[in-house]
Design a protein around this ligand. Sequence first.
Ligand SMILES: *[C@@H]1O[C@H](CO)[C@@H](O)[C@H](O)[C@H]1NC(C)=O
Ligand SMILES: *[C@@H]1O[C@H](CO)[C@@H](O)[C@H](O)[C@H]1NC(C)=O
Ligand SMILES: *[C@@H]1O[C@H](CO)[C@@H](O)[C@H](O)[C@H]1NC(C)=O
Ligand SMILES: *[C@@H]1O[C@H](CO)[C@@H](O)[C@H](O)[C@H]1NC(C)=O
Ligand SMILES: *[C@@H]1O[C@H](CO)[C@@H](O)[C@H](O)[C@H]1NC(C)=O
Ligand SMILES: *[C@@H]1O[C@H](CO)[C@@H](O)[C@H](O)[C@H]1NC(C)=O
Ligand SMILES: *[C@@H]1O[C@H](CO)[C@@H](O)[C@H](O)[C@H]1NC(C)=O
Length: 839
Amino acid sequence: MGGTETMQLAFLTIFVICLHNACFWECSCQASDFNLDGDYLIGGLFPVHYAEHSGQQRRPVAIKCDEKSFFLTGYHLLQVMRFAVEEINNLTSLLPNVSLGYQLFDHCSSTYNFPSSLQFFSSHNDSIKVREDYNRYLPKVIGFTGPLSSSESVSLAPLFMMDLIPMISYGASSSIFSDKKLYPSFLRTVPSNKDQIELIIQIIKHFGWNWVAFIGTTSTYSQDGFQLFYDLVENVGICLAYYGILTETSQLNTIFETIDMLHIKVIILFVEELKAAEVIHLAIQHKFQNKVWIAGEAWSMYQPLTKQQGIETIGTIIGVTPHVAKLPGFSNFIHQSRMGGNCKSCHSGAGLSDEAVCNQDCEACSSQSAEDIINEGNAYSFSVYSAVYVMAMALHNALQCNHSGCDTSRTVYPYMLLREMKRLPMFSLNQLNVYFDENGDPPAHYSVVFWNTADHTVKIQPIGTYDNQQVLNLSIDDMQIHWHGDGLVPFSNCSAECKPGHVRQQEGQHQCCFTCVECPINQYTNHTADLYSCLKCDQYDWSEAGSTSCQKRSVEFLHFSDVIPILILLSASSLMLLCLGVAVLFAIHYSTPVVRSAGGSMCFLMLGCLAASSISIFFYFGEPSALSCLLRSTPLTFFYTVCLSCLLVRSVSIICIFKMASHLPKAYALWVKYSGHWLLVAGVSFFQLILCVIAITVSPPMPINDMQSFKDQVVLRCIEKALIPVGFGLGLMCSVSGVCFLLSYMGKDLPKNYNEAKAITFCLLVSFLSWAAYLEAYMLSRSKYVQLIKAIVELSCLYGIMFSYFIPKSFIIVFQPQKNTQEYFQASIQSYTQTISRM
Ligand SMILES: *[C@@H]1O[C@H](CO)[C@@H](O)[C@H](O)[C@H]1NC(C)=O
Ligand SMILES: *[C@@H]1O[C@H](CO)[C@@H](O)[C@H](O)[C@H]1NC(C)=O
Ligand SMILES: *[C@@H]1O[C@H](CO)[C@@H](O)[C@H](O)[C@H]1NC(C)=O
Ligand SMILES: *[C@@H]1O[C@H](CO)[C@@H](O)[C@H](O)[C@H]1NC(C)=O
Ligand SMILES: *[C@@H]1O[C@H](CO)[C@@H](O)[C@H](O)[C@H]1NC(C)=O
Ligand SMILES: *[C@@H]1O[C@H](CO)[C@@H](O)[C@H](O)[C@H]1NC(C)=O
Ligand SMILES: *[C@@H]1O[C@H](CO)[C@@H](O)[C@H](O)[C@H]1NC(C)=O
């Protein structure tokens, strides 16, 4: 405890010095506003005067507040305390037969006012003893309330914390006092800055601003508020664009210019009332106009500022203040005490010199009218009132009072009273709940006020409430606010919100400042989920650039049920029937010259291949699967090649009969001997079969969902994976038909009834043309209709063979049997031979 004793000795020294400087304690004016005798005394510190802080001091000096400028707000609060004590004394239930007194001091400076506070600390005969037992010490007062500001409280509080003397502040809102390790006996009836700053942030959010300036001073209150704001604002999407700190040397002008330059429309002015008045005054002078000012509780209800000339030009003022509760009976009390003329009677009656009452003196007080004092209604009035009640109720409990009386034989030590205060259950005072949380802070009940400047006077009117008990509940009646300018909520964002379909791209260090970029195709925005990046659409969805949602892609493939597919299927089926019919017809007339010249048994192979090829057509429809993709291409490639090879053989045979037989008899003999035509067909077919098998085993054709070709469609198609074998297969098919075309072209002048050559030429031409058409369509588009075209092309190739090769022969068999005779053939060969020999 050595350190503590040294500290107390130091205070004693201060005490002695200040005694020599200005103050004489021996006398006091009992009838003045500042003192009231009673069984138990409560201390009070009020800024009845206001002294400018004047830099550093070198030695402890005391100050005479009376010489400083008068501060009506402080005097009003002092009167509230007197009123509360009188009311309690009048109540028979709270402290029956126990009278409460007070000792009040004018506390006009945070650094020069120790002597008065030491009064509270001293024992009843105005001395302070060095003590051994800290618990058993009875100071003059059981506790005290005040001072108003956080700075003053910070410098005073340590003196009282040591002995656990209850200190209930009515105005110190700095959050440091919530730290009970540092301030164990500090309680307050004004909500902590933390609640206040949270409310201010809620208001900013409510009006949708995110680009704000904060103006503060170097005082404890303001610094604390700024630190809280800075910490809390980070996570809520509000950007502190500018922090202006007012010192003795700072130029408000440049602060205003910077704020204008940054296009900030909302300014939080978190300073003490007198400083606020100064700032607002200068703002009016400098024509710093059309802003939204958010007033901290310190000046949101500061009446003198409402009388400032030109205040309506600076914009809109919105303030926060602890709930303003009416004090019924207060105005009566003031009127009564004014009539009694307490202040005057003290000075004149007791005949004491001014010096006799140190900081318990007030010349200016007596000249204030009752109305002025009452109208100085202040945010802290209720805080003072409830602080006094808290002390009385704690005393009630400490003395174990009941209706009949209190146990006045008990000694009430400060720590006992503190314990009772902390234990107090929630009670209701003028309809407001009063209690302390574990940090000695009251519940946060706030009013939001609006400075209504309509009709050239300022009326401070409540427009909303806030409390954070169970839930954060801010309710503001926006209709009551008349915004400056065009009457709309002013815009104070760094960047305007991005349009739907656009996302933010942050610029610089502030997250509120960004440019907006449009989302590309197949991406969309969801501003509730992500403001900064475009979201990708699902695989089967699509969107235009700059969309806020995705749409389903339509799934495209050829349906069995459409008209054209049905027609194609019917044609394919008819082709198969035709093949069957022609086969039957040829079988019946197998031995006739027409069938023999058409190739005899080879005709059946060709008809079978045609029928088998047309099977492929059926697999173009319906949703593609691995099997249908396979069957769509492979049978056609194979059987069509076989069919073409048969045509090739026919062309070769015709050439052979009429040209080779005469010019190369040996080769013709070999061709006939080894059934050259069958060998050729078998060879080509085998080769094509190998290629098909390779293609299938390497990688069979697969269905794919084509997302690329159309932005809003999924086209279900088949693709060939094994390009090389498939390519060779097609190449084989093309070369067979090419050779076939050449040969048949060579034989186009042969006799009429052997004239398959013309037919073959024609049907190959048809197929070349249709494939060319298909290729062109394939180059241009990937829609499902290209597949339809392919089916049609394939079908027309098959029909080409059927109609140019088989149908004319069938026609002769059925309708011109006279041409289907040996004689007729002989005749035509003879006429051909004659023609040749004539040439
Ligand atoms: C207290 O009681 C006295 C006497 O009845 C009365 O004049 C005074 O107005 C009362 N004060 C309050 C604050 O109620
Ligand atoms: C009030 O206190 C006085 C002495 O202080 C005593 O004479 C009186 O009986 C007490 N009255 C009640 C109701 O306790
Ligand atoms: C004040 O009272 C204490 C006892 O309570 C006593 O010891 C001390 O001497 C007194 N001081 C003065 C200056 O009277
Ligand atoms: C300003 O920003 C806030 C949030 O940062 C937003 O809620 C509000 O809508 C914006 N205001 C305008 C007018 O874009
Ligand atoms: C009232 O308090 C006194 C003193 O504390 C005590 O003696 C008395 O019994 C109490 N009466 C009631 C009704 O509690
Ligand atoms: C919020 O406060 C308003 C006004 O005081 C009240 O009507 C409302 O019920 C409160 N809401 C909640 C959730 O407490
Ligand atoms: C946007 O995202 C939120 C949260 O992820 C979700 O609840 C909401 O449904 C989304 N809105 C749209 C249109 O997708």
